[in-house]
Design a protein around this ligand. Structure first.
Ligand code: ZN
Length: 329
């Protein structure tokens, strides 16, 4: 494991070197072409109750495992909801297999704001919930699906709230929201992040590119702490540092901790390596890098959600996006 990471580091360094050369050349061109300085953007507030209600709404569909009735109902709602905010919405269907299930239909849902703009940011979360609760202390319940209020629900709620606010407060930037499916159906080292793996190999638009991105996963639990995850540090350090500095400036330093933790195999890994878009992961871990005790248990229900934590991450994310839009991040 450790050794593998060093091999990855070596090859990726070469890639990063090339990418930086290219992007600075592009930047230079863009700066020469667009001479008008950008108007300062005012960061709009998000609403804690609205964000929380988006979590509750998802739980009203029950558990959302690909192939289940709750998953189907949630998909229909998510498409309708994102369209209601005036975004261009695309459903990317794919067939996948996990655990003991084969040929399951899954769906990445992609909603784009200002689709004509070339300068873009990508915000993502996974919308499926886990088929099993392998860490639950009750042995009788380990093979039943979890509600995923935090694991799935919180990230989706934040994206919807950001979308709702942006639909009312113009932003001079293209913003893509991707709700990845089938992130959380893995077993040991395999079959995680199936939606982002599919999307990275089959981009929803030809030559799709975003400047960078933020993945939100496990962002609403009581006592949450967000450390600087290793893949994010490796592939998108500039943005990671900027977002953490911004969070601290906004008074959220008790949640956004300036300490590194190890690698986490999450959707951002495939966006970074497959689509070559630098993406950070805002994800709750203990200082050790392990997940909280509620993770993949039946405790991951509405009772685990803390409105203040959920609001803090949603507000920091939207602030990062508006600040990026006027060049002040
Ligand atoms: Zn999970």
């Amino acid at each position: 494991m450790y050794k593998l990471f060093f091999i990855l580091t070596f090859f990726s360094l070469i890639n990063i070197g090339c990418k930086n050369d290219k992007s600075s050349a592009t930047e230079l061109n863009e700066k020469t072409i667009s001479a008008t300085p950008k108007k300062k953007a005012v960061v709009p507030p998000v609403n804690a109750d609205s964000t929380y209600a988006f979590v509750e709404k998802q739980l009203s569909f029950g558990t959302r495992v690909p192939g289940s009735p709750g998953h189907k109902a949630m998909k229909e709602w998510l498409v309708t909801k994102t369209k209601s905010y005036g975004l261009e919405v695309m459903v990317q269907e794919f067939t996948t297999s996990f655990m003991n299930k084969a040929n399951v239909k899954a769906y990445n849902i992609i909603a784009s704001l200002n689709p004509e703009k070339s300068e873009r940011i990508l915000l993502a979360a996974h919308w499926d919930t886990r088929l099993i609760a392998e860490k639950d202390p009750d042995a009788k319940k380990v093979n039943t699906p979890i509600m995923g209020a935090d694991d799935g629900g919180s990230g989706v709620a934040a994206l919807l709230e950001i979308m709702r606010v942006m639909s009312e407060k113009q932003i001079d930037l293209g913003v893509d929201f991707i709700f990845f499916d089938a992130e959380d159906q893995g077993n040991e080292g395999v079959d995680w992040c199936l939606g982002s793996q599919y999307w990275s190999k089959n981009l929803h638009k030809k030559d799709y590119k975003a400047d960078w991105g933020i993945l939100l996963d496990l962002i609403g639990a009581k006592g949450a702490m967000f450390h600087k995850e290793e893949f994010s540090r490796y592939y998108a350090k500039t943005y990671l540092d900027k977002v953490w500095a911004l969070a601290q400036k906004m008074g959220y330093g008790k949640y956004f901790i300036d300490q590194p933790v190890g690698t986490i195999q999450d959707d951002h890994y495939f966006v970074n390596t497959g689509a070559n878009i630098p993406m950070i992961d805002i994800i709750n871990t203990l200082p050790s890098g392990m997940f909280g005790s509620y993770h993949h248990t039946h405790k991951d229900d509405i009772g685990i959600i803390d409105k203040d934590v959920l609001k803090a991450v949603t507000q920091v994310t939207i602030a990062a996006v508006y600040k990026y839009s006027d060049g002040s991040l």
